[in-house]
Design a protein around this ligand. Sequence first.
Ligand code: COA
Length: 140
Amino acid sequence: MTPREQEIQRRTELSETRVTKAVFPPTTNHHNTLFGGTALAWMDEVSFIAATRFCRLPLVTVSSDRIDFNHAIPAGSIVELVGRVIKVGNTSLKVEVNVYVESMYSDGREQAISGVFSFVAIGEDKKPIPVLPEPAQAAE
Ligand SMILES: CC(C)(COP(=O)(O)OP(=O)(O)OC[C@H]1O[C@@H](n2cnc3c(N)ncnc32)[C@H](O)[C@@H]1OP(=O)(O)O)[C@@H](O)C(=O)NCCC(=O)NCCS
């Protein structure tokens, strides 16, 4: 494994982000399930936090890939969102977010939503900058 690959692995572990939420009425729709727009907002925030923890640089969202809504999330559930960096480019990062749903009153959970969000690190001039420090600094 190269030093860069080691650094990516280290930062990926450190930056994994988990957020747990209860699905209460303000977040549900007329089907009494989690509103999709709310789920997207939560996923965007978790992916942004994971990407920021990874590089500790100013980031902008540049794209989101396909979002799969595999299972409806009933009101009164618990959801956990897990964001993890899955690809590191020169100035960009991809973060996968999986959303798991569990009942409040029984064990077990299943994946309900997944998606990938891409971010670009930007400098003061708003232009892309590298997401990882130069090799000489990476070992510090
Ligand atoms: C993000 C932004 C700075 C990129 O500028 P740009 O001049 O297009 O950048 P480049 O073409 O040099 O690409 C920079 C990186 O972004 C990646 N990229 C560009 N467009 C992309 C897209 N649609 N999806 C995924 N990655 C993309 C490139 O592959 C490149 O990655 P790499 O350096 O890791 O190889 C510019 O498009 C921008 O400011 N967009 C608006 C962002 C914004 O306002 N977001 C909403 C609020 S946060």
